[in-house]
Design a binder for this molecule. Structure first.
Ligand code: AFP
Length: 331
């Protein structure tokens, strides 16, 4: 007998029915999945087809644009446009907000089509990360409610694909954080609810250890006291590191860089992008029973974005660890 697992499509259908939601979100999610699968195809054959190198330009963040960054960005834009349901999109790869269907659209999309560029040349895991907010459909409200700069608290869903592993995690507001696996036919199946484990023996710490001496004194001290209690893992691609964290618990952090020997390289605002990195994992982690804060100990999801490529420091993971570090950061 063949064993068939529940498909993502069926899972989402049930979810939309249960919460009395529209079919528009289904259309959007199928487009996002089609985009992820296409990126994955290009990535898997990337080394063979010479697609893992640099594209020869510099992006708005001052980083080298990779060939795969461009390909992934174009793919996502194509599929989002095809839904006719997206008002505007913010991509890590373009400076400006991308207008799509301003009159008829329902959703705002914030995404990084290929996060973790230092892994690309090696064909190692990277992420396609996204957050979704919705147009305020309540009457004819104009102005801030219709604006694209939403805080994470206002997102309706966030997700990430770990490419090319065939793993997909999606969090739906107040409906939990779920993981899916690609089967032999590349169909996402077998929803499993993700809840961070309470047993601290499995917990892991994850941060760029090479940066320790550039962190603020409070954080260096916290690491000194606590690092021996936990295993340490760091992949250098948020999607992969956070994927581990959801199963094992612990904390991922990317603190503000304030003590760099070359002051030009300090990043007091942090490195990660609020709208399509930090909010994505903070939202998922909160749905999985965890939490996330910035360098001031403020919940990531409460940060009001002032610009769409805003950066932030990030501490995300098991609640007791985040509570502990937040106390230190607020002092
Ligand atoms: P890149 O895509 O520029 O490599 O950034 C990846 C990332 O934003 C995130 O995915 C990682 O967790 C973090 O940066 C890694 O940064 P370091 O290379 O400084 O450790």
């Amino acid at each position: 007998m063949i064993q068939f697992e529940q498909t993502f499509r069926n899972f989402l259908l049930r979810h939309q029915e249960k919460y009395n939601r529209s079919y528009h979100f289904l259309i959007l999610m199928y487009a996002i999945i089609a985009a992820a699968q296409r990126i994955e195809l290009y990535y898997r054959t990337g080394a063979l087809k010479d697609n893992l190198g640099v594209a020869g330009s510099i992006n708005i963040h001052g980083e080298n644009v990779l060939r795969m960054d461009q390909i992934a960005h174009e793919i996502v834009i194509h599929y989002l446009n095809s839904t006719e349901r997206v008002i505007q999109a913010v991509s890590e790869e373009t400076d400006d907000i991308i207008d799509m269907n301003r009159d008829g659209g329902r959703y705002f999309l914030y995404f990084d089509p290929l996060d973790g560029s230092s892994n690309v040349a090696h064909g190692l895991p990277v992420g396609f990360m996204f957050g979704i907010a919705k147009r305020n459909l309540d009457g004819n409200i104009q102005g801030p409610e219709d604006f694209h700069l939403r805080s994470g608290r206002e997102y309706i869903a966030t997700g990430m694909f770990v490419i090319p592993t065939g793993m997909f995690t999606l969090a739906l507001r107040e409906a939990g954080c779920w993981r899916f696996h690609a089967d032999e036919t590349n169909t996402y199946v077998k929803p499993s609810r993700m809840m961070l484990p309470e047993d601290s023996r499995k917990w892991e710490l994850s941060y760029n250890a090479g940066n320790i001496y550039t962190f603020g004194e409070k954080i260096q001290k916290w690491i000194n006291i606590n690092e021996k209690k936990y295993t340490f893992r760091y992949l250098g691609a948020l999607a992969g590191d956070f994927h581990r964290l959801l199963l094992n618990g612990g904390m991922f952090m990317y603190p503000a860089i304030v003590n760099h020997p070359d002051p030009e390289k300090n990043r007091p605002q942090g490195k990660l992008r609020l709208m399509y990195e930090a909010n994505v994992v903070a939202f998922m982690c909160t749905e999985a029973g965890g939490d996330a804060v910035d360098e001031t100990g403020t919940p990531i999801l409460d940060l009001p974005p002032e610009k769409h490529h805003q950066r932030t420091a990030l501490y995300v993971g098991s609640k007791p660890l985040i509570d502990d570090i937040a106390k230190v950061l607020r002092k």
